[in-house]
Design a protein around this ligand. Structure first.
Ligand code: NAD
Length: 299
């Protein structure tokens, strides 16, 4: 029996994710506060409802794909919150990227109200959401993980159980901290190489086969040429927008503070991307950090 899903938050990510569920034969009741998002979901076969509680009341799984943890927590509990409308046995599955502590709080709220809960943030961006190739990082009990796995398989290509509630977010935030730091490192190396007279291609040919090899270089290469599909070849059209990298590194900084971890590189990457996202870097791919490094360099 296919579960009935309520999908709350039909934006850039939630819209295509919900559409893929519909394509796979899942009955999806959807809601967004923005009428255009509802309209677009309707055209993809989502049964849209203006009252989110109407969607939740029929659902076996309530998916949320919202901007921040505060959005998730208030959607769950503000009166009348989603938790007030669910039927017994419902799983609350939050796919947004939010603070680990907020994910734990959201799960506790759901559990205290008698429901089950998991966090399942994603990587893969809008392209992955549309193609159904997202990676899901899941935090929650094993039985919940097994129950939601088929739904996640529809929307994604990779599903990993990371541990208890909140640990999906933990995995996501740790990954993106590595990514933010390594994208800056790769960009700095290219700018230094350019100043030294080394061509981009020569640096790429060496590093892509040497110990500096990483995704930020071989997939998201911040200069045009060596990797034809990287955002640098299309004036840094995202890809993964600078604003989202700044957001995720802010979440990483919160986790570092809460845990008292001495992570100087992660904290510095958060500062660098937060400044970057104050300008037009917000809408560009985060590999465009190379342009600010060039601009701030001598000559
Ligand atoms: P988005 O802003 O396009 O979508 C969020 C949607 O939530 C909007 O349509 C908004 O109207 C809706 N919304 C807000 N409050 C609501 C409420 N109370 N009830 C119903 N709908 C509500 O953002 P997005 O790009 O889809 O991102 C969603 C989440 O996914 C974020 O947490 C983001 O960090 C994460 N994420 C995004 C990407 C990406 O590439 N866009 C990649 C990975 C993870």
């Amino acid at each position: 029996h296919q579960p009935c899903a309520a999908f709350i938050g039909l934006g850039n990510m939630g819209g295509p994710m919900a559409a893929n569920l519909v394509k796979a034969g899942v009955r999806v009741l959807g809601h967004d506060v923005v009428p255009e998002a509802m309209e677009s979901a309707r055209s993809n076969g989502v049964h849209v409802v203006t009252d989110p509680l109407e969607a939740v009341a029929q659902a076996d799984v309530v998916l949320t794909m919202l901007p921040s943890g505060q959005h998730v927590i208030s959607a769950y509990q503000d009166s009348p919150g989603l938790l007030s409308a669910a039927k017994p046995g419902t799983i609350f599955l939050d796919c947004s990227t939010i603070n680990i502590s907020e994910a734990q709080e959201a799960a506790e709220l759901a559990q205290r109200a008698g429901f089950r809960a998991a966090d399942a943030p994603v990587s893969g961006g809008v392209v992955g959401a549309e193609a159904g190739t997202l990676a899901f990082m899941v935090g929650g009990d094993t039985d919940v993980f097994h129950e939601i796995h088929p739904l996640l398989d529809i929307m994604g290509a990779r599903v990993v159980h990371c541990g208890e509630n909140g640990l999906g977010q933990a995995a996501k935030i740790c990954n993106n901290m590595i990514l933010g730091i390594s994208q800056i490192a790769v960009a700095e190396a290219f700018v230094l190489a350019e100043q030294l007279g080394l061509t981009d291609q020569a640096l790429y040919d060496v590093v892509s086969k040497a110990s500096g090899q990483c995704w930020a270089l071989t997939t998201n290469c911040p200069v045009p040429g060596p990797v034809p599909n990287s955002p640098a070849n299309r004036e840094f059209a995202p890809g993964f927008a600078g604003a989202l990298m700044a957001k995720d590194l802010g979440l990483a900084t919160n986790a570092l503070d809460e845990q008292g971890v001495d992570a100087q590189m992660g904290r510095l990457a958060a500062v660098i991307y937060s400044e970057f996202a104050q300008g037009d870097g917000a809408r560009k791919d985060f590999s465009a950090i190379i342009t600010s490094i060039r601009d701030n360099s001598a000559s």
